[in-house]
Design a protein around this ligand. Structure first.
Ligand SMILES: [Zn+2]
Length: 266
């Protein structure tokens, strides 16, 4: 029995610490100090900077974001009437909902188990679903379409006359699309052959050719080049000396930044 009371005491402390951490994380999010430390988001800071697992980091971030809009949920979390996992679920589903609805739903979630909360947000099955199974010699794709989507497919099949069954139609579309991209690449290669790589070609210094863009991205290893950041997502080509200060699109004035660090640089 003693052990149980000790654990109850520790659990109380744990709750207090969790709520202290959430408050401090809110300060971090508001000040955005993580950007200067090379993190591109609060999530990235939670994982790489504080060593949280991705799942836990996602929960913490969801709570911070939601508590920013609906501050009273912090108190509810402290009291235990809202769990972190319930708040995470709510965050995912309420993100774009108006404030009044957020408040209403959050109130209705109080004192419910995580399972009950998940059930509140069950959505009808999405209309386009693909199940992919890979075997050694082939790949199985199971495609689920709405009737509307299927009608479009049938229309295309009919327009293409009797040449195609579904498999050959899909392969035909894929081949065509691939060829289109290859042509674009070949053309942009040809047009830049006569000119040196990196020399400004277009009159608009903000405009960067596809080839140059690919080169900058490749050199950066498809990662944000802000010191310490390793983001692969939302990469943008940044002018090191901004265009408004006379910077051009020469190769050595270009670098890759994630959107967070590009915005931070201003
Ligand atoms: Zn970055």
């Amino acid at each position: 029995m003693n052990i149980h009371f000790e654990l109850l005491e520790l659990r109380k402390k744990e709750k207090r610490i969790t709520s202290d951490i959430l408050n401090k994380l809110q300060d971090m999010e508001n000040s955005r100090q993580y950007l200067e430390m090379g993190h591109h988001s609060l999530f990235d800071y939670l994982v790489r900077g504080l060593g949280y697992s991705e799942a836990t980091a996602y929960q913490r971030q969801a709570c911070v974001r939601l508590a920013k809009e609906v501050p009273e949920i912090k108190q509810k979390i402290d009291q235990g009437s809202l769990t972190l996992s319930a708040v995470t679920t709510a965050f995912k589903h309420l993100r774009k909902k108006p404030m009044a609805e957020k408040r209403k739903v959050l109130r209705s979630m109080e004192n419910k188990s995580s399972r009950e909360v998940k059930a509140m947000f069950l959505e009808p099955t999405p209309t386009l679903k693909i199940k992919k199974t890979e075997y050694v010699d082939k790949v199985h794709l199971r495609l689920e379409l709405s009737h509307e989507q299927n009608d479009k497919l049938e229309r295309l099949k009919a327009l293409k006359s009797h040449k195609h069954n579904l498999e050959s139609l899909l392969m035909d579309l894929i081949e065509k699309e691939l060829k289109l991209y290859e042509n674009i690449q070949r053309k942009s290669l040809k047009s830049s052959e006569s000119k040196e790589l990196g020399a400004p070609r277009s009159r608009n210094p903000r405009q960067i050719s596809k080839r140059l863009r690919n080169d900058v991205l490749k050199t950066s290893n498809y990662k944000c080049q802000y010191p310490g950041c390793e983001s692969h997502q939302f990469l943008q080509i940044d002018h090191i000396v901004p265009v408004r200060l006379g910077g051009d699109q020469r190769r050595n004035n270009l670098q890759v930044l994630c959107s967070a660090h590009n915005l931070h640089k201003g």
